[in-house]
Design a protein around this ligand. Sequence first.
Ligand code: SF4
Length: 682
Amino acid sequence: MARKELDLPAVLSHIADGVHYTTCTHDCPDACNFKLIVRDGRIVQLRGNPDHGYTRGNLCGKTPAEIFTSFHNSDGRLRHPLYRKGCRFGRISWDEAFGIVCERMKGCLHEYGPLSILYCHGAGTFGGLLRVVNRRFFSLLGGASMLCGSICDSAGIVAQSLDFGDQRTHSPEDILNSGFVLIWGKNPANTSPHFMANLRLLKERGIDVILIDPIKTQTVQACTEYYRIQPNTDGLLALAMARMIIENGWIDHDFLLRHTIGYEDFQRIARKVNVSEVAAACGMRIEEIESIATRYGRIKPSSIWLGFGLQRYVNGGEVFRYIDALGAITGNIGKSGGGVSHQSSEVQKYIDYSLNLEHAIVKKRFIRKGALPEDIEKAQNPPIKMIVVSALNPVAQCPNSGRVREVLQKTDFVVVIESVMSDTAQCADLILPTTRMLEEDEVMWAYGTHYIGLSPRILPAPYETKSNFEIFQELAKRLGFGEEIAGDSREWINRILGPVSGFGISYDSLLEGPQPLNPNLQAVAFEDLRFTTPSGRFDFIRRAETVSEMMQHRSHRHPAAGNGFPFTFLTVHHHAWLNSNMYSEKQKALLGSPPNVFVHPSTAGALGVSEGEIVYVCSRIGEMKATVRISEHYHPSAVTMYQGGSVSDLTCANLITDDSLISNIGDMSAFYSTRVNIKRTV
Ligand code: SF4
């Protein structure tokens, strides 16, 4: 948080002196609001907005004001459209750039049809305008090939939708009504820092807050107990807990009878689980599992809060479903202080997504984001001839970076809309330089809270940059359907906010600060006990074979596991950056050079490696140099690195993650199913 005067260019001429508000555009559940003070036409203060109902002015380490503001004029900024000529890029005008994109698109449409164009999109600045208008453009084009699945959370989202019919979370404040809390595979200290305050408050009140994670993260500071679990045994732990809860009669018969389907099958599976085998698999004592199960079964209400990590396995979706089942058997669903919460996608229902016109597309084709190279190479009738990348850096973010890069380089024509020369931009044939937060209008909603905020354009677009919105508007105009995307960004944001206009939410109202999305939105997920599954009831997972599959998954699922790659590879979030966003010298320094790899002392001892030693971390995909860091906080069976970094600088862990591993549920990259080894360099 910067309180000193910032050396910034003047704000836009229509921005009056005084207080303004904007919203963080990071892909983060909290969507913090900033308060800006403009004086004499310049920003003189940029800090957290203390009036935000949830984040209360506290920003995290990912957003020192200087990052956003100094980035505005930084040397690393892409300034003009760049067109590849051989191995080099040359500057061209926007007029030429738009002409080239349109000619290429027309060529693809004429020769191969719209599905030969892949729109390769991510969350990027995570705004609503970005998520609606770009997709509308491709719908109007006739429907390009689109991405499906995810590299973050689709295993958990789809799994919870199978159980509940929909994915909803309790408001983060509702945790304060819990009598017992399990924080499972979640590290809010790094990924959703405002949630930590709630955990601390519970701890002060004497509520048991238990952390279950293979890594003893900073989150432990706000918890009362920590259990180190063997990676990818969370589903087994849930089943062992279920068995104990069922056998001790701590189930909620009324809830099971009236609101669930499949309990009989589920309980048969749970009763067959051998608790001592599960304890051994999880690396926990039976008494520890008993202690957690007893409290979860007996204390009402109890809540479970799931992170992204425990779904990053091939069986990650099933893991979520077994944990959801704990909530259902104990009747902790639909009650304040209860629930099995992951993230809120409910907020998105209040946005007019139909404006993307995807419902009108007849011919569709999906390319899995986690299996990008394979799906692009396999795509036939038509093949992928052109890729437009926006709000995503797939070379650094998707597994097996080297192969993603190769496939992009082999594709006939790749357009990358970016603000910096990212690993992906380096593979482009044409780069279109874009604006970022403070330089473009966006509307942001949180997926961890129920607030919506505006991220208005306050600074002039630097150099020759244009927003995604402006780029797609101009392309639409040149391709003959400009009137379908006509209008300014304020009008479009108001159209997107149509469903909440009745609550007094609009572009202008959000200029005054963030608002709760809907005063009637339930703070308690499924409070009405209406589940949108086909049966209208909570639907238990009941595939008995998943238990033996999970036993196999825990160490031997991947063929490479018994073939010289004994460790699970965990690539976790850092507190100071998000994914590959805003890669900087500071991030490089924090990552280490070569990047740090964290191992438990017993692992280091077994491998004969020492603190600071340069080693190779190897997987089936390849190897990368890393610097050994030894700490008791890491699991002996895992090798841990931070995600982010850069492929060009050889600091990106995705150089060795395995793109053949996709979750059974939700088509998600199963990053943590990658198996690795560590080799000494001497
Ligand atoms: S990254 Fe998240 S926690 Fe940090 S300032 Fe942005 S919204 Fe807030």
